[in-house]
Design a protein around this ligand. Structure first.
Ligand code: LRH
Ligand code: MN
Length: 424
């Protein structure tokens, strides 16, 4: 489904006056307003191809209808999101869930929607039909060299797909680990995984990056072979300069201080990117900012502090991706809300008075430091990101327009109520 530009302009005209009133009262106190707006316009978040249908758990899945039936329809849906919020300018593919049959056709279609291809994702956590060797006991850690070779070969194929599409990075998430004490030799598992990753690393083009994604548990429930930021940092450091860690917000043990992890990985030049989502218990893959919005703000606060210290570009030097699963919400509405929450956290973090904060920290003025941070977090910056969208040609309120255009109903009419998208 295509949302014509005139429909967005028509809608914006109806709500423009209210928006302008709110914006004018907000920007009175923001001196570098235009610079912040440009940063918000430039900030693009990649949409996961595997999260455009309804997700589920082992207990059940409740498809909402109108789900994309092909990679082409997935690109259309991301194109629709990008038309509405102008902040979703890339799609992140997962292989083999989204194997492109005709590279040129797929690239042309994506370009029509102003989309690029972000990190490619490999999959050695499921056995595919006709697969020679099983990943039941792991892939790159496996005791059987032939299984490790199969996993390495798959990752090299994923890089080939990415090269054809213009992607510049590979995300490797390994579900490898163990479910019971005694099942695994941790040292051998680490070394076998490192050797396998080194073979994949050797196949990377010079201008590519590899992201090593860590996760505390699930589907293994005793140990995970890339189980936390320290282990991912160890792999990325031993692999070489093109290797980085990837922080999926849902992959930490309860109460982990993710903003401190981000600060240190950034300091070491080994932070590659993010899978944004939110969670209350485990890897819940909920809407970003829906459970812990203050944590998301604190993460962006550390990102800006660390990226500016290294003179990094906010929009291009790290991988900004969403990784969520939609069990009860319309997948497209959920993704619009995640992008909005990420933009809100970024905008609020841009408002932090960094000189004053640094001075308060040097004075051990704890209360003052908190006042400075929370002044930014408690600023309603919604008019600011709405203005950024408006200037970029998007809708002042994407979800409001999505609903008033009955997009889901139109997609169900076009695709049917029982269609199921590939992915989680
Ligand atoms: C693992 C993960 C990984 C993806 C998968 C879909 O939990 O976060 O990033 O490959 O979800
Ligand atoms: Mn992830």
């Amino acid at each position: 489904m295509n949302i014509e530009k005139y429909k967005i302009e028509e809608y914006n005209q109806q709500v423009k006056a209210k928006h302008t009133r709110k914006l004018e009262s907000l920007v009175e106190d923001i001196n570098n307003y235009e610079a912040i707006l440009q940063k918000l316009i430039d900030f693009q978040i990649a949409i996961p191809s595997w999260a455009l249908g309804s997700g589920g758990t082992r207990f059940g899945r409740f498809p909402g209808g109108g789900e994309p039936r092909s990679l082409e329809e997935k690109i259309e849906d991301v194109g629709l999101l990008h038309a509405l919020n102008k902040s979703s300018g890339a799609i992140s593919l997962h292989i083999p869930w989204d194997v492109p049959k005709d590279y040129q056709e797929i690239k042309t279609l994506a370009a029509q929607y102003g989309l690029g291809f972000d990190a490619m994702n490999s999959n050695t956590f499921q056995d595919q039909p006709g697969q020679a060797l099983s990943y039941k006991f792991g892939s790159m850690q496996h005791v059987n060299a032939a299984v490790r070779k199969q996993a390495v070969q798959h990752n090299i194929e994923v890089i080939q797909h990415g090269i054809e599409l213009g992607s510049k990075s590979l995300t490797v998430w390994l579900s490898d680990g163990s479910c019971f004490p005694g099942q695994l030799n941790f040292r051998k598992a680490f070394q076998r995984t490192l050797e396998s990753l080194q073979e994949v690393y050797a196949a990377l083009p010079d201008d590519w990056k590899i992201f090593v994604e860590y996760k505390a548990f699930e589907p293994n429930f005793y140990s995970t072979t890339v189980g936390d930021w320290g282990q991912s940092f160890l792999y990325a450091s031993k692999l070489g300069p093109k290797a980085y860690t990837l922080v999926d917000l849902g992959h930490h043990l309860p109460n982990a201080n993710i903003e401190q992890i981000v600060s240190l990985l950034l300091m070491e030049g080994k932070l590659g990117g993010f899978h944004f989502n939110d969670s209350k218990y485990g890897d819940d893959d909920l809407t970003a900012g829906s459970i812990k919005p203050y944590q998301l703000f604190l993460i962006f606060n550390e990102l800006i502090e660390g990226m500016d210290a290294r003179k990094m570009s906010h929009s291009t030097d790290l991988g900004w991706m969403i990784d969520a699963s939609h069990n009860v919400k319309d997948p497209l509405e959920d993704l619009l809300q995640s992008v909005e929450a990420i933009m809100l956290a970024y905008a609020q973090a841009l408002l932090v008075d960094r000189q004053a904060l640094a001075a308060a920290q040097e004075d051990n003025d704890v209360a003052k430091a908190q006042e400075i941070l929370q002044a930014a977090f408690r600023t309603d910056v919604r008019p600011l990101i709405a203005e950024a969208r408006f200037r970029a040609g998007g809708a002042l309120s994407p979800i409001e327009l999505y609903r008033s255009l009955n997009v889901r109903e139109e997609l169900v009419k076009e695709r049917g109520s029982k269609t199921v998208a590939t992915g989680l």
